[in-house]
Design a protein around this ligand. Structure first.
Ligand code: UFG
Length: 346
């Protein structure tokens, strides 16, 4: 150990759901996460909770990623940068339809600022949070990275597509730059310690937060959106991945970037389990894993939802040496443990 060089990794949005779990995975792999977060959609005690898990405090900077001067000040404070993992973005599909400018300004603005700084500083390795939403409704399942990218259904989805394109264009003119685009499927669960997890503000849009809040009695019942999809039980199919599996994929992606001698285009990887589960199966698995019933009714389809999508994750396995190891039941159990630590809304 002794004088071993600290490998600083800038984690934008490091106090958020996926960011906080990735900080834990980075620390466990020997990296030093340096969090930058404006706490717009995260709690100020998250860095302390990360510290409780990993046993040591981590540097945190409360700065908005669109604030170039603020970001420069952070970059100036550290000697060496091993890379950056860029999570900082808004992510609510419905809100993005209502407030497109808010989404474009934040999600595109923060990426442009970051890429400018990567151009100006010796910070060359980028892991970008993208989404399987770029595939839209796929013709063939499972989806591979070669499946066509479809027109986005929402400004949120469009910020991911445009973000991928901006990085691809910048990569072309930046010989030192290395980048990966991780196309996440549906991240769920929480750290098994119950110290960090997802913190949806108000009524959750996503399935698993709604399931656990219903199980806790915060919501009367879950509405399952659509029971007439062309699937075995009629409910929609997604590829749910434990957030710690997803977090570990970022560490593997960073390692992979450092093995690349040259790169003309970003590496693109699906990050999913390779298995699809229906909404009904999620509810049944939750009930089996926890012994708690989730009152539910069936409602109409939610606009913009696709019927079925799940990943072909073999490229990530081959190239990144990563694959998901946790089950749906474990993820739902961990989500439930986390939910039980939360205070009911006032
Ligand atoms: N669902 C319900 N009831 C709910 C909430 C969700 O039945 O109360 C269903 C949805 O209709 C869908 C499935 O549960 O069939 C999963 O829904 P989520 O909202 O949890 O996740 P999505 O697949 O819609 O979201 C994902 C990513 C987003 C991305 C979006 C694109 O989490 O980042 O795909 O559609 F933008």
């Amino acid at each position: 150990m002794g004088n071993r060089k600290v490998k600083n990794v800038l984690v934008t949005g490091g106090a958020g759901f996926i960011g906080s779990h990735t900080c834990v995975a980075l620390a466990e792999a020997g990296y030093q996460p340096v969090v930058v977060d404006n706490f717009a959609n995260s709690q100020s005690d998250v860095p302390d909770r990360i510290a409780q898990i990993i046993g040591t405090a981590i540097p945190v900077h409360q700065v908005d990623c669109t604030d170039e001067t603020g970001m420069r000040n952070i970059l100036d404070r550290y000697e060496d940068w091993h890379g950056v993992i860029h999570f900082a973005a808004y992510k609510a599909v419905g809100e993005s339809v209502a407030h497109p400018l808010k989404y474009y300004r934040n999600n595109i603005g923060s990426l442009l600022t970051l890429l400018q700084l990567m151009n100006d500083y010796p910070l060359h390795h980028l892991v970008f949070s993208s989404s399987c939403t770029v595939y839209g409704e796929p013709d063939h399942l499972p989806v591979t990275e070669k499946s066509p990218v479809r027109p986005a259904e929402s400004p949120y989805g469009y910020t991911k597509q445009v973000g991928e394109q901006i990085i691809t264009d910048q990569q072309q003119v930046s010989p030192a730059m290395r980048s990966v685009l991780l196309r996440y499927f549906n991240p769920i669960g929480a750290h098994p310690s119950g110290k960090i997890g997802e913190l949806p503000l108000g009524k959750p849009e996503n399935l698993v937060p709604y399931v656990v809040q219903t199980a806790a009695g915060w919501r009367d019942q879950l509405t399952i959106f659509g029971r007439d999809y062309p699937t075995e039980d009629g409910t929609a199919i997604r590829d749910y991945i434990h957030v710690m599996d997803l977090a570990e994929a970022h560490v593997k992606a960073l390692d992979w970037l450092h093995q690349q001698e040259a790169q003309e285009t970003p590496g693109i990887f699906n990050i999913g389990t390779g298995r699809g589960h229906s909404v009904k199966e999620v509810v049944d698995t939750f009930e089996d894993a926890t012994g708690i019933k989730v009152p539910h009714q069936f409602g109409s389809r939610r606009p913009g939802d696709v019927s079925s999508i799940y990943a072909d994750a073999t490229l990530a396995q081959r190239e990144l040496n990563w694959s998901a190891s946790r089950t749906l039941g474990e993820a739902l159990h961990d989500a439930w443990m986390w939910q039980q630590t939360l205070k009911p809304p006032a």
